[in-house]
Design a protein around this ligand. Structure first.
Ligand code: AMP
Length: 389
């Protein structure tokens, strides 16, 4: 059982909450505050329960050095300008500055500590850094799902040394969906896998071969599969060094009776992002590259998905950033939204695609973690969540 904030007595406690405020910034301005808004439920809950709250997060990649380009100060200003909560910036994440701020914290305010990755000890999970980070606090909550695959000090180190700990409401929701997906999905269970590389997703594919009934392949990844099957792929993106992996995938799929569907037609072009041409066969002419799945493939995939009760979607079907090559991705997004079945969208580009298609709110669950969601499926849990159990 995963212990959550709801199982904790937070009244009067000094709570360290690990959040993921690694928001996109441009010239010191927050460009997208989804990650902040996603943490608000847990923040408000802890404050309502009478916990004295401090938030810890990383921002960007300062690589263990204090670099004000990655300071949390503009994020704190942004939070206050939006009125999300009364945020007080603390100019360090360990030491005297934090202790002073915690001791003089006024009711209803939330401390936001400076970037955890200004210290090497964060990513190294250095015991001395963990002790310093944990020192002012007597309760720990993690709501940063996107970092739970990392054994960092603020994710793994503190909960290893603190007894009073639990998951935030966002992690609780993520874990509920992914647990169900990896342990007891309702069948038929389809996985839609797209995006750029087979090599990035080998672990997930292997694990899905044990669980799913159908795997639909799209994106650049499809061309490696098509080439393995002896089809012509022109100058499409391909990973020639992954043919043995694909062979193993087919062997395992045939042992378990998992169906693997590939595109049977495409939208192609002579250059990346050039004028789109319809290719009605699975074979692609010399000098042309596949950039999206075609109309017949879309129909095949829609028909296969209509028979399913659970779908995991990871990765776009084409170069969805360009309208000419977003048709397959959007068609599947809209279809998934209409089915009324469990659809889990696993992080990264598929989330952007669901948002762009305007159907994000119709999916059962949109994960906040790209790498974390893939590792959850591959390993059945994540270190940052296991340590809270
Ligand atoms: P990933 O990060 O692995 O999910 O890959 C997402 C990226 O794959 C997106 O930026 C897409 O534009 C890209 N992509 C999808 N289909 C293709 C394709 N057929 N050729 C090249 N890139 C693609």
């Amino acid at each position: 059982m995963l212990k959550t904030v709801k199982d904790m007595n937070l009244k009067g406690k000094n709570v360290f909450l690990r959040v993921d405020f690694n928001v996109p910034m441009e010239d010191g301005v927050v460009k997208d505050d989804t990650r902040i808004r996603e943490a608000l439920k847990t923040i408000n809950y802890i404050v309502e329960q009478g916990g004295k709250l401090a938030l810890g997060t990383h921002l960007g990649r300062p690589k263990g050095e204090k670099n004000l380009k990655y300071s949390l100060k503009p994020v704190v200003d942004y939070i206050n300008s939006k009125g999300y909560f009364k945020a007080v910036f603390v100019e360090d994440c360990i030491g005297e500055a934090v202790e002073k701020a915690v001791n003089s914290q006024s009711e209803g305010t939330v401390l936001v500590l400076e970037n955890l990755r200004f210290y090497n000890g964060e990513e190294k999970n250095d015991p001395e850094f963990v002790t310093a980070l944990a020192k002012p606090f007597n309760a720990y909550v993690n709501d940063a799902f996107g970092t739970c695959h990392r054994k960092h000090a603020s994710v793994y180190g503190i909960p290893s040394v603190m007894d009073e700990k639990g998951a935030g409401l966002l992690i609780e929701k993520e874990a509920t969906y992914f647990d169900k997906l990896v342990k007891s999905p309702e069948h038929p269970f389809a996985a839609i896998l797209g995006g750029s590389k087979v090599s990035d997703k080998i672990g997930v594919i292997k694990s899905l071969l044990d669980k799913a009934d159908i795997i639909l392949i799209g994106g650049a990844m499809a061309y490696t599969f098509l080439k393995y099957n002896g089809l012509k792929i022109g100058i499409s993106r391909v990973e020639d060094d992954q043919m043995d992996t694909v062979k193993l995938i087919y062997e395992k799929a045939s042992q378990r009776g998992v169906k693997i569907l590939l595109p049977v037609d495409h939208t192609i072009s002579a250059t990346f992002g050039g004028a789109p041409v319809y290719c009605e066969t699975a074979d692609i002419a010399d000098g042309m590259m596949g950039l999206d799945i075609g109309a017949k493939s879309i129909e095949n995939y829609k028909n296969a998905l209509s028979t399913c009760k659970t779908v995991l979607w990871n990765g776009p079907m084409g170069v969805f950033e360009q309208d000419d090559y977003a048709i397959g991705t959007y068609a599947l997004a809209n279809h998934l939204a209409s089915l009324g079945i469990t659809v889990v969208v696993g992080g990264g580009d598929s989330v952007a695609a669901a948002n762009k298609a305007g159907v994000a709110d119709k999916m059962s669950h949109i994960s906040t973690g790209g790498g974390a969601s893939l590792e959850y499926i591959e390993f059945g849990s994540l270190p940052g969540i296991d340590i809270l159990r």
